[in-house]
Design a protein. Structure first.
Length: 170
């Protein structure tokens, strides 16, 4: 089990580095990230959120009975639709904070799998949203950056509470 980093932790603002070794260490990180995500009832987790500055994302938009796991290593969003969609997003690094965020509806992703094989696929619906949210994480971008100043103001109190929590955890 890895420790989730909360808003206020500088690691969330750093850009993650490309994975170059597709070895058993990577497999272990992915395994630990999945476990951490499930324990915290998340549907996506980026390595920054557990203090690892590598371009690793784990996602499961399925159910307990029918998991739908996606492991994205070194992902790139190579195409975005003009059409936008809005979804109420949460983030394991922002406990208790939910807000509607607008993003492109469809994307094309290029990435590597856990063995280093290159893959490219299209995503829409919830999967597209989760990939974009996690992709932002590995680039040091947070979902509050996508909120209007007014919306952010609304969450000001909650944000300072989370920041405090982040300091206490250290
Ligand atoms: Zn997040």
């Amino acid at each position: 089990m890895l420790k989730i980093r909360y808003y206020g932790d500088p690691v969330l603002r750093k850009k993650a580095e490309k994975v170059t070794e597709f070895d058993s260490d990577l497999e272990q990180i992915v395994k630990d990230m999945l476990e951490t995500m499930y324990v915290n009832s998340g549907i996506g987790l980026a390595a920054n959120q557990v203090g690892i500055l590598k371009q690793i994302i784990v996602i499961d938009t399925g159910t307990k009975e029918k998991p739908d796991i996606k492991i994205l290593i070194n992902p790139e969003i190579v195409n975005c639709s003009k059409e936008k969609t809005e979804y109420e997003e949460g983030c394991l690094s922002f406990p208790g904070l939910l807000e509607k965020i607008q993003r492109p509806a469809q994307i094309t992703v290029k990435c590597q799998d856990i063995k280093g094989n290159i893959c490219e696929f299209d995503a829409d619906g919830l999967l597209s949203i989760v990939i974009q949210h996690e992709y932002d994480h590995i680039n040091g971008i947070l979902f509050i950056d996508k909120m209007s100043p007014v919306k952010r103001l609304v969450h000001n109190k909650k944000l300072s509470e989370i920041k405090k929590l982040s300091k206490e955890k250290k």
